[in-house]
Design a protein around this ligand. Structure first.
Ligand code: NAP
Length: 437
């Protein structure tokens, strides 16, 4: 086998070659001359890769690739379908961005009976189009109208599924709404708006399905519950509830998976609010629907109870979230990131050092204008440095974001009051003062 590998190394290691080929030739001739003996390990053919991967847990193995060009690397049981044709799948928020994507993915995986739920049922043109598309694939779809934040609706929904459809085998809870507000503006009503469909919805689904033999109970949580985001106190609480409900279910031997999704591009609540571009600045990228479904499949095949599925550059994120960078839970990520974070500030300090007073002020005004324009999504030249930021339209949510960004770039922490009552020139003076000028 080694001799064959030596002859074919160009194919296995394109571009490496001479050194590797030389080593392999020496090993191969060692075997041919009898100076080397094969190890006592079981040898598997390429077609037995599933068995080989399972055996590798216990001992070393050898895999004979032979002439095969491609090898299916997933063990047999991992290639088995995870979605059944003989049961029903319930998708709450089924006509939302994630919901419709998920419904088509379930259909592609072999599901034949779907229950898609929204308060308005299949009311929008996209929802109607999706229903037709799914039915054309031979899937029976019930576009149900129910408010999952109401216990009686969930109870009725589950009862009707069990009475009129194939038995429920999977629940995907994607229903949710946003109502972002700073804590000071967060009324009980606004808390309820967000908690009710997501957290209470999950709780009612748990309550009314806990005695059914489900294969999966998947809750669509958010990255916000892992890293937090200003102005999302209600949303973070609702998602954190989903994460904990999953762990509580697992502790009782029930299936449960909480997915802390990052940003879905193309469709859904983040795409509608166009927040992707803003988050990229914090190191949070987005993923496509296809990528999301590939991650979902891996998550469903795994044994994890909770998974963060996101595209995030931790260094950038920590640089833009200085307070978090020092928190214990990020320490293993921040060790290498913090020097880079100070490098941004050091570079600015070095630049300012050689400038006279007026140039220094101008440099910091330009920096602040850039950061403010980015957050307010305005062109930089639309910001008059002499106008107070609150008159430019900076609200408290944007103010918190700006404060973090100014801190990351200058090392100076401004108060929200300063940010709202000052103009850019006054803020630049405060920043320079904070930097010791
Ligand atoms: N999109 C993202 O980037 C992202 C990132 C992280 C987490 N998530 C989470 O993933 C889930 C789905 O997000 P999405 O982007 O698909 O949102 P979406 O497009 O806004 O869809 C949410 C759906 O939930 C339904 N819904 C809201 N309240 C409901 C209620 N009380 N009862 C029944 N249905 C209700 C809505 O339909 P009706 O208005 O007809 O009720 C809507 O179609 C959400 O829980 C969200 O928090 C999304």
């Amino acid at each position: 086998m080694t001799a064959r590998c030596a002859r074919g190394s160009g194919r296995f290691f394109p571009g490496t070659t001479d050194t590797f080929q030389g080593l392999l030739n020496r090993v191969a001739s060692g075997f041919e001359q009898g100076t080397l003996q094969p190890l006592d390990v079981p040898v598997f053919e390429a077609g037995q890769v599933g068995e080989a991967l399972e055996a590798v847990h216990d001992r070393s193995i050898a895999l004979e690739i032979g002439a095969a060009e491609t090898v299916e690397a997933l063990p047999e049981k991992q290639r088995e379908g995870i979605i059944r044709a003989d049961g029903s799948y319930l998708v709450t928020g089924g006509f939302g961005g994630f919901g419709i994507t998920l419904a088509f993915w379930l259909a592609a995986q072999g599901a034949k009976s779907l229950v898609l739920v929204g308060r308005r049922g299949a009311a929008t043109p996209e929802a109607k189009y999706a229903l037709k598309g799914l039915e054309a694939k031979g899937v029976s779809v019930w576009g149900a109208s129910a408010d999952v934040g109401k216990e009686e609706d969930v109870e009725r929904l589950i009862r009707e599924i069990q009475a009129k459809h194939p038995p429920l085998v999977g629940v995907f809870h994607t229903a949710g709404v946003l109502d972002d507000a700073m804590l000071t503006d967060l009324t009980p009503e606004r808390l309820r708006t967000v908690m009710q469909p997501k957290a209470m919805g999950a709780w009612y689904l748990h309550r009314y399905t806990q005695n059914l033999p489900l294969d999966c109970f998947v809750l669509f949580s958010s990255i916000s519950a892992l890293v937090g985001r200003s102005g999302q106190g209600n949303y973070v609480a609702a998602n954190a509830f989903l994460d904990q409900l999953t762990h509580a279910r697992r502790a009782r031997g029930l299936p449960g998976l909480s997915l802390n999704w990052g940003v879905l591009a193309e469709v859904g609540m983040a795409a509608r609010q166009e927040i992707g571009g803003n988050l990229e600045w914090y190191g949070i990228g987005s993923f496509t629907r296809d990528e999301a479904m590939r991650m979902l499949e891996l998550a469903l095949r795994s044994d994890y109870a909770q998974l963060g599925l996101m595209d995030i550059d931790w260094k950038t994120w920590l640089n833009a979230n200085r307070a978090s960078a020092v928190a214990l839970r990020y320490q293993h990520l921040s060790d290498n990131a913090i020097p880079e974070f100070s490098a941004i500030i050091q570079a600015l300090r070095k630049e300012l050092q050689d400038m006279d007073e007026a140039a220094r002020l101008g440099r910091v005004v330009t920096l602040l204008a850039g950061l403010t324009a980015q957050i307010m999504r305005l062109p930089e030249d639309a910001l008059d440095p002499a106008t107070p930021l609150s008159n430019l339209g900076l609200d408290s949510l944007m103010g918190t974001e700006l404060r973090g960004n100014v801190e990351a770039h200058t090392g100076v922490t401004l108060s929200i009051l300063d940010l709202q009552s000052s103009n850019m020139e006054q803020l630049a003076e405060k920043v320079l003062e904070g930097m010791g000028y």
